[in-house]
Write a protein that binds this ligand. Sequence first.
Ligand code: KIV
Length: 285
Amino acid sequence: MNKKVTVKTIQKIKDSGEKFSVLTAYDFSTAKYIDEAGVDIILIGDSLAMVALGYDTTHFVGVEEMEIFTKAVARGTERAMVVTDMPFMSYNVSVEDALKNTSRMLKAGASAVKIEGANDHILKVITRCVQSGIPVMGHLGFTPQLLNTIGGYNIQGKSLDTTLEILECAKKLEDAGVFSIVLEMVPEESAQFICENLKVPVISCGAGKYCAGQVLVSDDVFGKYSEFKPKFARKYGDMKTLILNCAKQFNTDVKNGSFPSAEEAFHLKEEELEQLELYKGSVKC
Ligand code: KIV
């Protein structure tokens, strides 16, 4: 087995100028294959509210669900670092509440958590988490949990002023002790400037090629989620068609009697069959 990826591995990759990969996963077998493929970080993103649970936004998932999905992913993962997204309102109420909720994810098998934003409260939460042994990945640029405040899926950091604001927030996150920062939906040139001015690795989610890491939602990568495809996502497969074709063929085979075949059923041995036949002959059902 390759060595487990840790916060140190991620920093080393960044410092060497190499790149690392991050994909989301929400279940055991997907995590197992993503891990086997050599992806460095597996994120149980709150995107699961949309792609796995069918909600319109990420707001509808809670701590308990994130905990269940974290356990499944952790059981399927050997090498990759497992990071769990803290869901909407699970860290905003108080530092104590945030510590309770984040520690639940570590007990469920994650090695770190992801928290959106960098306001004063969030900086306190991150500081206390890190001091308590809970590594934190930050998240700036477009932050989906603030969707209703931002007023839509808008690109962030388009002007010099907003780019500088993001950089200032990123530096505060760095000071609070995050081990990496996701930068979502930021123009490549602004993201490059931000990356060049930080020590911690930045993970692009639609922030171009200059970041040390790249993250995508696995359902977009596999071509499974068909409700919406972000501009920055790349589809590497067509799982939707694969699932449709398999399900259609199964449906046909069941209805025309070609499933199951003799090999796909269990059978009695000769003497067991004889006994059954004898019994059938002796009783009237
Ligand atoms: O919820 C999620 O999957 C995310 C990533 C896309 C960064 O936050």
